[in-house]
Design a protein around this ligand. Sequence first.
Ligand SMILES: [Zn+2]
Length: 274
Amino acid sequence: MELLHIILGVMLAALVAYAAYRAHTLNRSGALAAFILGAVVFGLGGLAWAVVLLTFFITSSGLSRFFKRRKEKVEDRFAKGGRRDAWQVAANGGVAGLAVLLHLVYPQSVIPWVMFASSFAAANADTWATELGVLNKTWPRKMTTWVPVPPGTSGGISLAGTLAAAGGSLLIALAAVMLWPDAGTGTGDRLIFGMIILAAGVGGNLVDSLLGATVQAIYWCPTCRKETEKSPMHSCGSQTKRIRGWKWMNNDAVNLACTLSAALLALLLSIVVV
Ligand SMILES: [Zn+2]
């Protein structure tokens, strides 16, 4: 029975990774990484774990697709285009994969499940804020200085983006509460854990914005005369020059910090509150 479950999980992961590759959501390396992550989550976790991963993957890539035309203007501010590569998959889903392995070590604890859902709540909050934040009527403000910055600037926050982040986190928290894999957890405890997941997701997104406003590597294109996350070359073909931030703190490192901080915050809150 266990072996059948693993085989079905691996097959489902292959199917989803292939579909995402064909839909141009993932490139070749991204599809391979998504297959490995999916095999771990579907095969070693189970149905509830799979649905939470798919809720993140489908809503975030659906939003990206839906808003593609709208955000073409801000597209080149992001380091990469719409297709996710292996580093992006690892940055968004690596912590969740580790949480599944933690669940294998501590099968009687619900905390790995809460950490798993929290990392996806943060990744979802981040994606929703990025995609829906452009709907804000005014320019976002830099989180540290509160100075208005152009849409798409790292570390900029807005009302629409913050509401979108909360919505993205809430969706994952609701899915986690409804799909709860451990029958031994009562409704009251599930709701408390759901609030922890919601808070951890929003917290991770705040870490993301804070890093974007402070230490994330930001480059300057002398031809277009604007800031970009792209390196070593801008979309126009010009060489970009780092103007602030740590060189290694690229988009993927920021996303990893976002998901990891959410999982650790969830661990801390679970220990303190429950
Ligand atoms: Zn340029």
